[in-house]
Design a binder for this molecule. Structure first.
Ligand code: NAD
Ligand code: TYD
Length: 337
């Protein structure tokens, strides 16, 4: 198998490439990544020496580059996206460009090479905020922020190529991932690294928003299962059933780092903050997938990884990140009160 992983220098993509190279010893993996602020070649450092691994810096919207990279592949797995909801609230052009136009660029090429399997990596956020019940793959798409709207746009476009041209398109929609190599703007690595630096943790609103936490390696196993065994044209929800209010997760992180609850700052809420995401993942389970371990163990392993790899995250939290943090948090109501 030859697999192109777009966005493979990001958090989930790099974990997925590692899984492929370790568990599929005869597969060749090509990574194409734009290396935005969130893309990091260091995420792939341990894989660089493999003769089955090739890296290209580039943009999925670049038709002539993609025209060279896609045709020799058996499959394309598209992780490339702008991924932070908070950033999408202050400007979403790049979100739309990558999620919609970039997806279209690749599918137009695959239209001329229809044997290639295309996996679109999407999110539970496209189903919107669910006060009760859980979303199945047939639930309506009700995205409520520019990030999730851009992802829903990419999903619908990908499905349209299945309907219009019979392409071998599949979609995975996972819940919130956590684990090693996650850029420290997202809640888990932000809180863990803040505490390691002796800084407080800024919890939005009343802290009762609910997310379903999925360990990144479990998600990567699920995506590999879909790549190998998924039915063409199908959507697969991937959730681990770890639904928890943010305050509960925050207290577990504090406990794992032996820190007091006084480190929590209740700050002004995110505008339009989705209250709850929840998935029915029966279809994925029918393919034989399930999470490998308990949430608490995976959380503790994640905390340990950030504790043991300060060199990886300290550089990411310097430079432009300091300005981002000042604007996003230090000027926010509640941070210093
Ligand atoms: P990330 O921000 O860590 O990585 C995204 C990667 O895409 C980066 O390496 C970036 O450089 C690259 N990229 C961005 N625009 C590009 C472009 N135009 N061309 C090529 N590369 C580009 O994100 P992540 O958390 O690893 O998420 C990966 C995918 O999974 C995204 O599509 C995201 O929507 C989806 N997802 C993430 C989560 C989560 O909890 N992190 C949950 C569900 C779905
Ligand atoms: P995040 O990691 O940004 O993922 P998403 O918004 O895609 O779910 O946030 C996860 C949850 O944590 C979400 O309910 C918002 C909340 N949150 C905070 O309370 N404080 C923070 O500093 C961040 C980044 C998020």
């Amino acid at each position: 198998m030859n697999v192109l992983v777009t966005g493979g220098a990001g958090f989930i993509g790099s974990n997925f490439v590692r899984l492929l190279l370790h568990q599929r010893p005869d597969w060749r993996v090509t990574v194409l990544d734009k290396l935005t602020y969130a893309g990091n070649p260091a995420n792939l450092d341990d894989l660089k020496t493999s003769s089955r691994f090739t890296f290209y810096k580039g943009d999925i919207c670049d038709g002539s580059l993609m025209e060279k990279l896609i045709p020799p592949q058996d499959a394309v797995v598209n992780f490339a996206a702008e991924t932070h909801v908070d950033r999408s609230l202050t400007g979403a052009d790049d979100f739309l460009r990558t999620a919609v136009l970039g997806t279209n660029t690749m599918l137009e090429i695959i239209q001329r090479h229809p044997a290639i399997r295309y996996i679109q990596i999407s999110t539970d956020e496209v189903y919107g905020s669910l006060e009760e019940g859980s979303a199945t793959e047939a639930s309506p798409l009700v995205p409520r922020n520019p990030y999730s709207a851009s992802k829903a746009g990419g999903d619908l476009l990908a499905l349209s190529y299945k309907e219009s041209f019979g392409l071998d398109v599949l979609i995975t929609r996972s819940s919130n991932n956590f684990g090693p190599y996650q850029y420290p703007e997202k809640v888990m690595p932000l809180f863990i690294t803040n505490l390691l630096e002796g800084k407080p943790v800024p919890l939005y609103g009343d802290g009762l928003n609910i997310r379903d936490w999925l360990f990144v390696e479990d998600n990567c196993h699920a995506i590999l299962t879909v790549l190998e065994h998924g039915a063409s044209g199908h959507i697969y929800n991937i959730g681990a059933g770890n639904e928890m209010p943010n305050i509960t997760v925050t207290k577990m992180i504090l406990e794992a780092l032996n820190q007091p609850e006084s480190m929590i700052r209740m700050v002004e809420d995110r505008p339009g903050h989705d209250r709850r995401y929840s998935l029915v993942s029966d279809k994925m389970r029918l393919l034989g997938w399930k999470p490998e371990a308990a949430f608490r163990d995976q959380l503790e392993a994640t905390v340990a990884w950030y504790r043991e790899n300060p060199v990886w995250w300290e550089s990411l939290k310097s430079g432009a990140f300091k300005e981002y943090y000042r604007k996003m948090y230090e000027e926010r109501k509640g941070y210093y009160e």
